[in-house]
Design a protein around this ligand. Sequence first.
Ligand SMILES: Nc1ncnc2c1ncn2[C@@H]1O[C@H](COP(=O)(O)OP(=O)(O)OP(=O)(O)O)[C@@H](O)[C@H]1O
Ligand SMILES: [Mg+2]
Length: 358
Amino acid sequence: MSETRENLPLQRLNTQSGFGKTEDQKNVADPSFKIGENIGGYRLTRFIARGGMGEVYEARQAQPDRRVAIKLVSPERLEDLRRKDRFFKEIRVSSQVQHPNLVTFFDAGVDRGIPYLVMEFVEGDNLQNLVHTSGPLPENRALRIAAHVARPLATAWDERQILHRDIKPDNILFDIRDGRIRLTDFGLGTIENESGDLTFTHLLIGSPDFMSPEQAADPTDLDQRSDMYALGCTLYFLLTGMPPFSRTDVAAVLRAHQTETFPDPRVGNPEISEACWRLLQGMTAKARAARYRTWQPLLDDLHDVRKGRMPSRWNAQQRGNEGHSLAQNSAEKMASIKNPPWRRLLRGLSGRGGGGDR
Ligand SMILES: Nc1ncnc2c1ncn2[C@@H]1O[C@H](COP(=O)(O)OP(=O)(O)OP(=O)(O)O)[C@@H](O)[C@H]1O
Ligand SMILES: [Mg+2]
C-alpha cells in the first residue's frame, strides 16, 4: 500500500505534542511488549504508539475472532488499588455511552500486573498526525470534524453528565474505512491520585495545549464547557496547524490559557471566515459563563457557519464584559490555590524517570 495521507502506517503516529510526557516517552520507539505475546487472551500483532498512559497495540481476539486495539497501561499509573478501582469504574461508566463517533470499549482487565483496555480498532490516523503531515484543514472540513466530536460529547453530558477531559487532536481518529471521525479515551482523564483528587495523574495524561483555564485551576469542578474549550483549541489547531498558545514550557502554556487573549486564527490563515472566528470565540472564552452554555446551540452554530451564515447563538458584545471579569476571577482563583495541580505537574515531570513499562 502506498503511503498517502489517508493510509500512513500507525507506527509513525508517535508524534505527540510532547507536553505531559517525559523526553524518554516522546523519543523511545521500541515497544515494551513482544509481538505475538498474549495479554488477557489478546494476541499482540502490531505496536501502534506510546501515549501518556502506556502503549497501544493492534491485537487479535480469539472469540469472537476480530481485530482490536489494546491499551496496555503502565503499571506505575495505577499502582495502588484505589486508583485501579477508579480506572475500571471510569471505563464501566464511559462504556455506557454509545455513539457512532465514539470508539467502543470492549473489555478491560489486569494480566500479570498489567492493566489493559480493549477497544474497537480504528484503521486510520489521528488528527495530530494528519495535520502534521498534510497541513491545516480547510475551514469546512475542520468545522465538520468539530461537529462530529461535539455530538458524542453532547450525548455523554446531556444523558449522563460524563466529561471527556482530554479532548485533543491525538484522541480524535479518522477512520479510513468509512471516513468517520472517532473519539477515543472517553473518561480516562479522571484517575485519582493518592490524595484523592483528580488532578495530578490527569494532568500527566492530558495536554496543557488544549486545557481549559478552569481545568488547570480546579479539575474537580468542571462541566461540559470545559470539554467545549478544549474542542475550540482543537478546532484552532485544525485550522492553523498550531495549538493556540505555543510556549516553551508547560507553566507558560497554562498561564497563557488563563490570561492571554485567544489568538485570531485569521492572522495565520486569512481564508478563515469571520463567522468561524466568532464561533471559536464562543467556545474559548476564558470564563466558562461566557462560552456557549450547552452543546446544542454550538452544534446549531457549527451547522450555520458551515452553510456560510454567521453564528447567532453566541453574542461577543453581550458577553464581553462578563467574560472579562470572570476570567479575572478564574486567574485570581488559580493564583490563590497554594499548590495548584500544574505546579505538582512540573515537579512530577522533573522527577520522572524513563518510559519503560515493565
Ligand atoms: N482504538 C484505536 N484504534 C487504532 N489506533 C488507536 C486506537 N486508540 C489509540 N490509537 C492510536 O494510538 C495512539 C496512542 O494512543 P494513546 O491514547 O495511548 O496516546 P495519546 O492519545 O497520544 O495520549 P493520551 O494517553 O493522553 O491519550 C493514538 O494517538 C492513536 O493514533
Ligand atoms: Mg489517547
